[in-house]
Design a protein around this ligand. Structure first.
Ligand code: GDP
Ligand code: MG
Length: 163
């Protein structure tokens, strides 16, 4: 079985754009965890000859009074559980948000490799802005653009090393 990599992060940071850029074919949703509707997209990808499955998470629970529940919904938790490694995506256009901080807090407790991807770094000016993401306390980050593809190779090089 190939390794599983989940892409997590708040809505609109570019997770699906990144996912669609990487996957070669979609995988069928094979099982139904009891009582849980699977709202996660799976795809196959490979890099440097290493094949892996990617999960695109979406669908945060909206409207919950519990802020933590609202932001890090069950689907994301399940994806984190089943993944071997995680890509935590954030958005340089908006900078660090409270929701990013909540996800970072959750991920700091996860004993799996986490790769912080700062998306929408489409140009050099934005590369400078990306430094504020050190503030999330997750260490090194990977600046990239899911739209033009720059920086994605560096992230994938590091990712497949741990798979
Ligand atoms: P998701 O909610 O995290 O899955 O985000 P989406 O992939 O749906 O993207 C949200 C918005 O960000 C869309 O309008 C994308 O076109 C835009 N977007 C995604 N990646 C990039 C990027 O690298 N650069 C820029 N400028 N916009 C991007
Ligand atoms: Mg999406």
């Amino acid at each position: 079985m190939s390794a599983i990599v989940a892409i997590v992060g708040r809505p609109n940071v570019g997770k699906s754009t990144f996912f669609n850029r990487l996957i070669q074919r979609r995988e069928a949703i094979v099982d139904a965890v009891s009582g849980v509707t699977r709202d996660r997209h799976y795809g196959k990808s490979d890099w440097n000859g290493k094949e892996f499955s990617l999960i695109d998470t979406g669908g945060y629970v909206v409207g919950s009074d519990d802020i933590f529940e609202q932001q890090i919904d069950k689907q994301v938790e399940l994806a984190i559980e089943e993944a071997d490694a995680l890509i935590f995506m954030v958005d340089v256009e908006t900078g660090v948000t409270g929701m990013d901080e909540d996800v970072a807090k959750l991920l700091r407790r996860v004993k799996k490799p986490v790769f912080l991807a700062v998306n929408k770094v489409d140009n050099a000016k934005r590369a400078e802005d990306a430094v504020e993401f050190y503030g999330l306390g997750l260490g090194e980050y990977y600046p990239l653009s899911s739209i033009n593809g720059s920086g994605t190779g560096e992230l994938l090089d590091a990712l497949v090393e741990v798979l």
